[in-house]
Design a binder for this molecule. Structure first.
Ligand SMILES: C[S@@+](CC[C@H](N)C(=O)[O-])C[C@H]1O[C@@H](n2cnc3c(N)ncnc32)[C@H](O)[C@@H]1O
Length: 380
């Protein structure tokens, strides 16, 4: 028997970690929804043939590895939009010796062809749920049963409606430990695929393309809107810039349009964001100077390599409001900027990030403040 061998689900769950995502005492790697999804799906998982289980939106591996440990599942296909989730699952699977039980796939046919059971953590946005539901209905086996769970506080009746547009039978289980599972059957025979969507934002003169899981969809976030006002003050001699946490790439494309000599890397950990930013750059004829990169807080970029970083940082880590994600980005900006390089950031004023920016990047000036947001310029 291997040292790493896992005996049961509780043993497995006690060993799961979130890294490289933010780790803190109030942030867990397994939640009650993971347990409920696995329990509700238990009979289907036991009956499933090898290679017919798909897992979507697993946070850190509890669903994938839980199915492997409890039901001996093999050939599991997994899609996780955030790279940190993908890396955490890989690290957890390696720790417990189950790396050969699953493979990572993009959201599409490769993930779902022939799937009869889908386990998923419900995403926060209805856009992401729409895209996932439509993709399952389109590609999975007609007999597929979807077990989609989450914490009650994040589940709305609109989610039933979204699932109901792609499946003929949707019902909710009884709740347990403030969690619930929606079970969907009967994929509807329709070819509808809502995403990607394109919107023309007349206010800023850009076509914005968005996949379901991209932050703000094809709309303009009001914090981003405010930061855009300050782009004319970015160092005009900048040649290398990064849009860190790029979402649909509005900041990257706007900077490239403003400064004809600059090359911008639009980077995000979300696969939907990176695909959206690439499509937005193409739609505006700027794909020659805006490249995209799926990465965790630009960790693969060289130290002292950039003139400018633009950032509208997240204030959520998964579903929890937490500032750890922003700190990680600021620290990486401090590393990646060359001496004298600039980080331009927008944040909700109550978060008071200035001291943190000063410590992690360098001298930080507040360059704008409106009733809601603060924009700062930090010099490395
Ligand atoms: C507030 S949104 C801003 C999106 C876009 N820049 C805009 O202005 O509309 C923050 C973005 O950071 C991304 N993000 C969160 N954690 C990240 C990480 N560790 N590495 C890279 N991107 C991350 C999210 O996926 C999200 O797209």
């Amino acid at each position: 028997m291997l040292d790493s061998e896992v005996f049961d689900r509780d043993d497995l769950f006690s060993r799961l970690r979130r890294r490289p995502d933010v780790e803190a005492p109030n942030l867990t790697a397994v939640d009650a929804a993971d347990r409920l999804i696995l329990d509700e799906g238990a009979a289907a998982l036991s009956a499933a043939s090898p290679g017919t289980l798909t897992v979507i939106g697993d946070h850190y591996g509890a669903l994938t590895l839980g199915a492997a440990v409890t039901h001996g599942a093999t050939g599991i296909r997994v899609h996780q939009d955030p790279l940190t989730g993908e890396l955490a699952l890989a690290a957890n699977a390696a720790t417990v010796g189950l790396a050969d039980r699953y493979r990572a796939c993009a959201l599409g046919e490769e993930l779902l062809a022939g799937a009869t059971v889908v386990l998923m953590q419900l995403p926060r946005s209805l856009g992401e749920l729409t895209e996932v539901a439509e993709t399952i209905a389109r590609h999975a086996d007609p007999s597929v049963v979807v077990y989609a769970g989450g914490r009650n506080k994040h589940i709305s009746t609109a989610m039933n409606d979204v699932l109901g547009r792609s499946f003929s039978d949707v019902r909710a289980t009884l709740g347990r430990q403030k969690s619930r599972v929606l079970i969907a059957r009967g994929p509807r025979d329709s070819a509808q695929q809502t995403y990607p969507v394109t919107d023309h934002l007349a206010e800023i003169g850009l076509d914005v393309v968005s996949y379901g899981a991209a932050f703000a969809g094809p709309k303009l976030d009001i914090g981003t809107r405010y930061l855009l006002d300050f782009l004319p003050r970015v160092n005009p001699r900048a040649r290398a810039a990064v849009d860190l946490g790029c979402g649909t790439g509005i900041l990257a494309v706007s900077l490239a349009r403003l400064l004809p000599e600059v090359s911008v890397i639009a980077t995000d950990q979300s696969s939907a964001a990176v695909a959206s930013a690439a499509a937005t750059a193409r739609a505006n004829g700027l794909d020659g100077r805006v490249s995209t990169l799926r990465d965790d807080a630009m960790s693969s970029l060289a130290t002292d390599s950039q003139d400018v970083v633009l950032c509208n940082p997240p204030f959520h880590v998964g579903a929890a409001v937490h500032t750890g994600g922003a700190s990680k980005m600021f620290a990486e900006a401090g590393r990646v900027l060359r001496p004298g390089g600039e980080l331009w950031t927008v944040y909700n004023s109550h978060l008071g990030y200035r001291g943190r920016l000063q410590r992690l990047v360098g001298r930080t000036d507040v360059v704008g403040r409106n009733p809601k947001f603060t924009v700062t310029r930090s010099v490395a």
